[in-house]
Design a protein around this ligand. Structure first.
Ligand code: GLN
Length: 277
């Protein structure tokens, strides 16, 4: 059904021309019948679920990367970045309703619903078996969150009967399974539920991406702290289907421009208060 509905819009554009378009008026939709005599112009073609639109899917409880604000609007670093990419490609951005994190890779692999998942998602070998990724756009590590002053460490937590929360299917989930073999790992769909559980004593700790831990503590959980930073050296990438290599190339091209023209630094400054992320 999804495949039947899929419009399989094919955008053909000259990559060399895109830069010029973006410089004057980037809203022009690249046309199938664009003729060029410029021999240096490369051609990239990609499919989109919906014509003229970059359709995103993510788990929307991952501030400051993607979350729903008090007005019900989907906002965050990844949201701004996706808008910036879409703008470079002459597209607009749409977000599907919230999905559990562990459904995102299968959704992209299956195709037909979303073009990309930009979701604070770490590029890793297991995921690369199912989907392709853009070039990395941000570095991240894990953090162990526990009650402030509790003195918990990865050693005190690795004890039978100790419950450590994480978001299901994340790198934090794998880290607990590999590094705290004696503890009980508690995978949850929702990050806030995990933080709340640590706050109320239901769980001893939560393992989660460091920037998200820091943001949640600053915004809503002053009783919690990052008791240990784990230098996992992760890199976030944008998940794209292997069936759509032209889209990956176009996104990488846009990302390079976004790095070069200062947009990336602006977004880091806006969401993290520093460009050193
Ligand atoms: N970066 C982590 C991962 O890719 C967590 C992502 C998330 O929860 N949105 O597994």
């Amino acid at each position: 059904m999804t495949n039947m509905n899929r419009r399989n819009f094919v955008a053909t554009l000259g990559l060399a021309g895109t830069v010029l378009l973006a410089g004057c008026n980037g809203s022009e939709q690249p046309a199938d019948d664009a003729q060029t005599t410029d021999e240096t112009t490369e051609e990239a073609s990609y499919t989109l679920v919906k014509e003229g639109v970059l359709t995103n899917v993510a788990e929307l409880g991952f501030a400051p990367f993607e979350y729903i604000d008090e007005d019900g609007v989907t906002v965050g670093f990844d949201v701004d970045l996706s808008n910036a990419i879409a703008e470079k490609l002459g597209l607009t951005c749409e977000w599907l309703p919230n999905q559990a994190f562990d459904t995102l890779v299968p959704t992209i692999a299956q195709g037909g619903k979303a073009d990309i998942s930009i979701a604070g998602m770490t590029i890793d070998d297991t995921r690369l078996e199912e989907v392709d990724f853009s070039d990395p756009y941000l570095n991240s590590n894990q953090g162990i969150v526990a009650l402030a002053g509790s003195g918990e460490t990865s050693e005190t937590l690795d004890v039978e009967g100790v419950q450590v929360a994480c978001q299901t299917g994340t790198t934090g989930n794998s880290w607990i399974e590999e590094n705290l073999p004696n503890a009980t790992c508690v995978p949850l769909a929702d990050v806030t539920a995990g933080m709340m559980g640590v706050s109320t004593g239901l769980y001893k700790a939560m393992v989660i991406d460091l920037p998200v831990a820091q943001n949640m503590i600053a915004e809503s959980f002053s009783d919690l702290e990052v008791v240990e930073e784990i230098p996992t050296g992760e890199q976030y990438g944008i998940a794209v289907s292997y069936d759509n290599p032209g889209l990956k190339d176009a996104i990488n091209d846009a990302l390079a421009q976004i790095e070069e023209d200062g947009t990336m630094d602006e977004l880091k400054q806006k969401w993290f208060g520093t460009t050193e992320v």
